[in-house]
Design a protein. Structure first.
Length: 295
């Protein structure tokens, strides 16, 4: 029998009350929790887990319930509704808020990726677990979710293999649902792109880690990198290089600094590196570019 794992999830909430004690079951590689809760008007919460998880909204009554990847995101035209599913990758913060008093019953499935990788071997594909998917519908997954929820609250559950089979089927069908979407990479939203590019412009003279940029918009580094390129046509590191070169162009035209001084001031390793990158991106050496524009 598999050893249960205990997901480490940080939760901060205001105005949300858990109803009852909830129900919890551990099946091979998956921890399942069934909860009922009530959120008062203006209630909000923040969650981040070290394991990926699926949030299935089974029932809801009362006000509107939103899930967001940024606490400052404007109200979305689409709210979480019963029979909708959200997937949140490991380490990605998630915020929720309630417009007025709302009752929800939901199912959480926390995945032990190492255990599932061992079980599925060659069939395991980690790619879908790097991409957030909020508020999607899938009737096949909801059928499995209903069976899992019923077994989770059963005082005398059936054989362990029954729960293992249900959660494994759910897990595999989730992977198939991502393939049905073609795993198309979506571009960053305009607010995300603006936040990242403003940050790069302000910090381009130092090394900026990919993780640092991804955290700004609540995405995994891998997904962020693809989404940034989908939005701009270039990877994040090239955008930073372009920002440095724009700074360098300003210094070349507006000062009498030597090429070595300009290279140092704009974050390049040395004059040779600066010259190589300048010619690669702008088609001329810094000296020739300055000479041509100064007439």
């Amino acid at each position: 029998m598999a050893v249960p794992f205990a997901p480490n999830m940080t939760t901060r909430h205001e105005g949300i009350s858990v109803l009852g004690e909830g129900h919890r079951r551990f099946w091979d590689g998956v921890l399942v929790e069934l909860w009922e809760a009530e959120g008062r008007e203006g209630a909000r919460a923040e969650y981040v887990s070290e394991h990926p998880r699926l949030f299935v909204l089974l029932d809801q009554s009362g006000g509107e319930f939103e899930m967001l990847l940024s606490p400052g995101m404007r109200t979305r035209p689409k709210r979480h509704a019963p029979r909708q599913i959200s997937f949140i990758p490991a380490g990605v913060p998630l915020w929720s808020r309630v417009s007025r008093t709302t009752y929800v019953r939901h199912l959480d499935l926390h995945f032990d990726m190492e255990a599932l990788r061992r079980r599925l071997a060659d069939e395991f594909d980690p790619e879908p677990f790097e991409t957030p998917r909020l508020m999607f519908t899938d009737e096949r997954l909801m059928t499995f979710a209903g069976l899992i929820a019923a077994e989770c609250r059963e005082p005398q559950p059936l054989h362990q293999l029954y729960g293992d089979s249900l959660t494994t089927a759910f897990f595999i069908d989730f992977l198939r649902s991502t393939r049905r979407l073609g795993q198309k990479r979506t571009a960053l939203a305009p607010w995300q792109l603006r936040r990242v590019t403003d940050y790069i412009a302000a910090n381009c003279l130092r090394g900026i880690r990919l993780e640092e940029l991804a955290e700004l918009v609540g995405l995994s580094p891998s997904y962020f990198s693809h989404a940034f390129k989908a939005a701009t046509g270039i990877p994040p590191h090239q955008w930073q290089t372009d920002a440095r070169l724009k700074r360098a162009q300003g210094l070349l035209l507006g000062s009498d600094m030597s090429l070595t001084e300009v290279a140092t001031a704009t974050g390049f390793y040395d004059q040779a590196h600066f010259t190589r990158m300048f010619r690669q991106h702008l088609g001329a050496t810094p000296a020739a570019w300055r000479r041509d524009r100064r007439g």
